[in-house]
Write a protein that binds this ligand. Structure first.
Ligand code: PFF
Length: 460
């Protein structure tokens, strides 16, 4: 297995895993889900999901990968035998579909970066309309998302240390710096305090069934859980590393970026009175209007750097999404890494075309009759979310009933000699054995019912 590659050390792994976690999910999706679900109420539910449910699942995934030292399919098969490999394959497939639509949204961010830095995006008057037209423009979208996929493939084809780790070491710190800068700016805008209140003072009556569903699926998506990404990255981690503390750092790094993204966006929403902007267009519309108000030079510089960093954040995630199926084909089918990476990149780009065309260009894809008249991109994204919570629940059942919790604990104690006596061990055991499988099982079923038929009629 020595030719598989590995991370150079603790920092390399943490940055790569945090890079996978931090992405469009934090900066593009988290703020609009929070906006739709009562702001602070959503933040609260999201944070509970991250630390109570997702953190133990993350520990379990990394332990499986490091113990088995192979890709997601191979890990389940090696540790569980029999049909458990299919659970790995299920995750790999989910990853392929996530990347297919994720790359389309990343293409929008890439296009916005180019249009702000070098085009005339900042001279517009109506940014809502601009976004609507933009996602409908097939030629731009085609090339920008193809370009994004090429960047992803270039990095992944370089392998673990040279490609994935290097890219993360540069991009992650830069992202934090620009986010902090934009928060300071956003807090100085008129009316900013209204946005801060909406975001930070929870109104518990805002917690609806939908808030819990969205908080849970967002937490899984944001931490890249439930599809084998962290099994795969875990397989490149050396034995002297402390998995539990690394998982804690990754969870904190990821949720803090989501938190900061909200803190950047909501004061801006309040400042420009953009409460009517909802859903996927939120960041694209609100931020560009604020950049426009900064004036032509400052707007270009700040807006350009923001979208560039959004691209970086997306890139460190697309890299991990492509690595999962690539590792499977390299480890299991013994195919050369470069061939696998470029072949997969092309296939997944093509799979993403219906999502790209579903933003208005093709009416049938824009309003799916079997899916509450929603668009194809939302359909794929929702189905992938469900597969993540289902995958996370099944991973717990795998550890509980097949691999056994004692084996997981032995793996976790490597690099963490005091683990057996710790309180955290008791909590992780309880979460993997009982809490996560039960809660994830129940919520996944309810989310499926909700997506297709609407549960609000039953629970309100
Ligand atoms: N965590 C990424 C984000 O929040 O943008 C998305 C993602 C990456 C999901 C990798 C799943 C994954 F395996």
């Amino acid at each position: 297995m020595s030719n598989r590659g590995s991370f150079s050390g603790r920092l390399g792994f943490i940055l790569a895993a945090a890079g996978s976690a931090v992405g469009l999910g934090n900066i593009w999706r988290f703020p609009y889900l929070a906006g739709q679900n009562g702001g602070a109420a959503f933040l609260l539910i999201y944070l509970i999901c991250v630390f109570a449910l997702c953190f133990p699942v993350m520990v379990g995934e990394i332990a499986i990968g490091r113990n088995a030292q192979t890709d997601a399919y191979g890990s389940y098969k090696k540790l569980g035998g029999g049909k458990w490999g299919y659970l790995g394959l299920f995750g790999i497939l989910a990853g392929i579909f996530i990347l297919s639509f994720y790359n389309v949204v990343a293409g929008w961010a890439f296009g916005y970066f180019l249009e702000i830095s070098f085009g005339d995006l900042l001279n517009q008057t109506n940014y809502g309309q601009y976004f609507g037209n933009y996602v409908n423009d097939i030629s731009d979208n085609f090339w920008f998302s193809l370009g994004f996929m090429v960047f992803t493939a270039l990095i992944v084809s370089q392998g673990v240390q040279k490609g994935i780790e290097m890219a993360n070491k540069i991009m992650m710190p830069a992202l934090y710096i620009i986010l902090l800068g934009l928060i300071v700016y956003s807090l100085t805008l008129p009316n900013a305090i209204e946005g801060v209140k909406f975001y930070l003072i929870p109104d518990l009556s805002e917690i609806k069934t939908q808030t819990i569903f969205d908080g849970l699926r967002q937490a899984f998506f944001s931490l890249s859980l439930g599809m084998g990404a962290l099994i795969t990255y875990g397989s490149y981690v050396s034995k002297n590393q402390n998995i539990v503390s690394s998982a804690a750092v990754i969870s904190i790094a990821d949720s803090s970026v989501a938190f900061l993204a909200g803190l950047m966006v909501f004061p801006m929403v309040a400042a420009i009175n953009a409460y009517d902007v909802q859903g996927p267009s939120l960041v694209f519309v609100v931020l560009t209007e604020v950049f426009h108000n900064m004036g032509p030079i400052a707007g270009r510089i700040v807006g350009g750097s923001f979208f560039l960093l959004l691209c970086f954040a997306a890139l460190t995630s697309t890299v991990s999404l492509l690595e999962v199926p690539a590792a499977y084909l390299v480890d299991q089918k013994k195919l050369p890494r470069k061939t696998v990476v470029w072949g997969l990149a092309l296939l997944i780009f093509v799979l993403g075309l219906p999502s790209m065309l579903s933003q208005g260009m093709i009416p049938f894809l824009n309003k799916l009759s079997f899916y509450k008249e929603r668009d194809f991109l939302s359909f794929v994204s929702d189905m992938c979310d469900i597969s993540l919570t289902v995958g996370g629940g099944l991973m717990c059942i795998f550890i509980r009933n097949r691999w056994k919790i004692a084996n997981m604990n032995n793996e976790l104690a490597i690099g963490n000699p005091t683990y057996f006596g710790s309180l955290l061990k008791k909590y992780i055991d309880f979460a993997i054995m009982w809490l996560c499988p039960i809660i994830l099982g129940i919520l996944s079923i309810l989310i499926i019912i909700d997506k297709f038929w609407g549960i609000e009629k039953i629970f309100g």
